[in-house]
Design a protein around this ligand. Structure first.
Ligand SMILES: Nc1ncnc2c1ncn2[C@@H]1O[C@H](COP(=O)(O)OP(=O)(O)OP(=O)(O)O)[C@@H](O)[C@H]1O
Ligand SMILES: [Mg+2]
Length: 454
């Protein structure tokens, strides 16, 4: 049965404790019980619960004191719900507990049904509170930095620079390894600029065949070349008044580089086959994962163009050089994908966090996001454990004989191969294959779809 809430139960009377624990478990909850108030306090400090239920009168520490210390030690947004059980004689303490933030109390003796109802209400309350917190933090982030997570010194500086440049119309050159967030920053700059209501047009120079790129950028008139059946506007014309984002600029051919240079210098160009010259007013943001300066030195990129583009340079450091950002990114992606998939994830196991922090992330933030997305899908409960992550290679090096470097570089290959072999050994029976790999059938289906394995 899928559990409905995680509950800590503290009562010094063993019999009562066992009976209540059983009833709550029968109702589908995950329950931890202890007869010791101190032990209860320790558990509350170490783990995350949705709810804790305490008896008031206990030898080591009263329930009220336990709640009081807990409230003092835990930030409001992270607190579990609290319920106090109390006999008539100590009803005052129950009221006191509610003043401290406990949602309700149970007056002894009570029926199991009453307990279940109060617990259900407390859990609903907790869920709403969690959801509200997510929504609020998401909103803060959007207002904050247009979704750019990262509070490391370099990222803070970079965001400030992006904000400053957004206020101008200067040309920006964003460089950084793959997956470091170049496009994200380009969009943030546009969205913060005075031209935010005008178009942001993206051209991926690497994705368009060289022969078509010119017409894509500058447009063409009918009959300009074989197949030019109609006049077509180019991306520069479409971006007029707004921003054009030239991605992977390092792949542009020398001929086009010269044409682009002219646009940057004169703000004008001719569509292919056209007699007339068009003028545009656009901000150019270019991005590259290659070192353009080096390409200039090697004669592969025009020096003039480089200087025209490099007016405001923004360099995105690789994730392994700003590991302080990893925890916030992990939390952000867990939240994002838990929400998208409708799954409830409360936390990431400490060991997994440490592994994520140490990994080198050759694919940078994109790779981290993909890893978290899979982990959220594969998680078998509200905690992301090594099991959900090890499949994708982060924690795997310790558990396999393969050299870790190779494994990391071939994460997808390893996944596909593992699944293929498991299916082979299981003679195609999915249930058995999933069992062999120690993953759920749901997780297996996810991989089958991902790798299009039949
Ligand atoms: N600082 C960040 N905060 C939140 N999300 C980020 C951050 N950096 C990158 N991402 C996310 O990671 C993914 C990759 O980012 P993006 O596409 O901007 O990278 P890129 O540098 O353009 O990569 P490529 O060179 O491969 O095109 C996107 O989903 C983006 O939203
Ligand atoms: Mg990109």
């Amino acid at each position: 049965m899928r559990h409905r809430g995680s509950i800590l139960l503290v009562d010094d009377e063993e019999k009562i404790l066992k009976a209540l624990g059983r009833a709550l478990r029968d109702a589908g909850h995950e329950v931890l019980e202890t007869t010791s108030a101190r032990e209860g306090q320790r558990l509350l400090a170490e783990r995350t619960f949705d709810l804790f239920i305490v008896d008031n009168v206990m030898p080591e520490k009263s329930g009220l004191d336990l709640i009081r210390d807990y409230v003092a030690a835990t930030p409001e947004g992270e607190r579990a719900q609290a319920l106090m059980m109390t006999a008539h004689a100590t009803i005052e303490s129950a009221i006191e507990a509610m003043k401290l933030g406990a949602l309700d109390y149970l007056q002894k003796p009570f029926e199991i049904d009453e307990l279940l109802m109060v617990v259900r209400r407390a859990l609903d309350h907790q869920r709403l509170r969690t959801e509200y917190r997510y929504l609020r933090s998401e909103r803060d982030e959007q207002f904050d930095h247009y979704g750019i997570i990262g509070r490391s010194r370099v990222m803070e500086e970079l965001i400030r620079r992006a904000e400053r440049v957004a206020a101008t119309k200067s040309t920006v050159l964003i460089t950084g390894e793959t997956g470091t967030g170049k496009e994200l920053v380009a969009r943030a700059i546009h969205n913060r600029s005075a031209q935010r209501d005008m178009p942001l047009i993206k051209v991926n120079c690497a994705a368009i065949p060289e022969s078509l790129l010119e017409s894509e950028l500058f447009g063409h008139v009918r009959g300009a070349f074989t197949g030019a059946m109609a006049t077509k506007k180019g991306k520069f014309a479409l971006a007029d008044g707004g921003t054009i984002f030239l991605d992977e600029i390092g792949t542009m051919s020398p001929a086009l580089q010269s044409k682009l240079l002219r646009v940057l210098q004169e703000r004008e160009f001719e569509p292919l086959g056209a007699e007339r010259t068009e003028r545009v007013d656009v901000r150019v943001i270019a991005a590259s994962n290659r070192d353009l300066r080096q390409m200039v030195a090697e004669g592969k990129f025009q020096e003039d163009l480089f200087y025209r583009l490099n007016v405001i340079p923004i360099e995105l450091p690789p994730l392994r050089e700003r590991r302080e950002d990893i925890p916030a990114l992990v939390d952000h992606f867990v939240r994002k994908h838990a929400q998208r998939t409708g799954r409830r994830i409360d936390r990431v196991d400490d060991g997994v966090r440490a592994a994520l922090q140490q990994y080198d992330w050759p694919g940078n933030v994109r790779e981290l996001e993909n890893t978290i997305e899979r982990a959220v899908v594969l998680a078998e409960g509200p905690v992301i454990t090594a099991r959900a992550v090890s499949v994708v290679g982060v924690a795997a090096p310790q558990t396999t004989g393969l050299p870790s470097l190779r494994l990391r570089q071939n994460i997808e290959w390893v996944e596909r191969e593992t699944i293929r072999r498991a299916l082979e050994s299981a003679r195609g029976v999915k249930k058995d294959a999933a069992e062999l790999m120690g993953i759920s059938q749901r997780a297996l289906s996810y991989y089958l779809a991902k790798y299009r394995i039949d």
